[in-house]
Design a protein around this ligand. Sequence first.
Ligand SMILES: Nc1ncnc2c1ncn2[C@@H]1O[C@H](COP(=O)(O)OP(=O)(O)OP(=O)(O)O)[C@@H](O)[C@H]1O
Ligand SMILES: [Mg+2]
Length: 225
Amino acid sequence: MDKLTGKNLTKEYSKGITALKNVSIEVNKGDIVVVMGPSGSGKTTLINMLGLLDVPTEGTVDIDGRDINKLKERERCEIMNSTFGFIFQFFYLIPELTVVENIMLPLWIKEKSYRRIRSYYEAAEKLLEEFNLRNRKDAYPSHLSGGEMQKVTICRSLVCNPEIIFADEPTGSIDKKSSEMFFNFVKNLNEKKGITFFIGTHNETFLQFATKVVYLNQGEIENIK
Ligand SMILES: Nc1ncnc2c1ncn2[C@@H]1O[C@H](COP(=O)(O)OP(=O)(O)OP(=O)(O)O)[C@@H](O)[C@H]1O
Ligand SMILES: [Mg+2]
């Protein structure tokens, strides 16, 4: 993916609740885009539009010049599973699956192969190792702390080697040390693998290495730097 473009995006959830108003934005390969703005300004909504998790009321999203509305459902799902990685603000871990199973899930969806299950498991374990969570691999999400859940969602976002990671308040629940680890992770993945990031956050530390900063206010772009 070389370019992701949102054009004139407007999202009206219901009458009178317009979360995004005519927002246009371009994300290029290798960018680290940081979206800031007060609570309710539309950061999550914008991530959901560009990440194809929800549809705008008006406007379009293009990937490498292709309007996603013109893609087949299967193609869109393929992009979301293999090209995109997601770190959600509210985690969305599957409660019935263990930590390691939650992380393996995107690989399982990508290629449902019983023969490769061992390699899926190993890929998930390797990520858990990096985040010092190996000892929690068989735990269920309800037995994890908020910070541990956040780390599991970070691992899950990485397992399919995505080209772009959408991260919604990724350091909101983790301590300073883990946040620093995450910053280094972002920098490393960006520099060494060219992974693009689109991050919605209140954490100003991200500004140090952002290539583009978008300030949202009441659903509108106030400023782009
Ligand atoms: N599913 C929904 N239905 C109705 N209104 C919604 C829905 N999701 C969000 N909103 C509203 O849209 C606006 C933007 O919400 P959004 O979650 O995008 O903000 P945000 O910038 O991510 O906030 P935060 O920093 O608190 O995460 C808010 O006024 C919110 O109440
Ligand atoms: Mg949000």
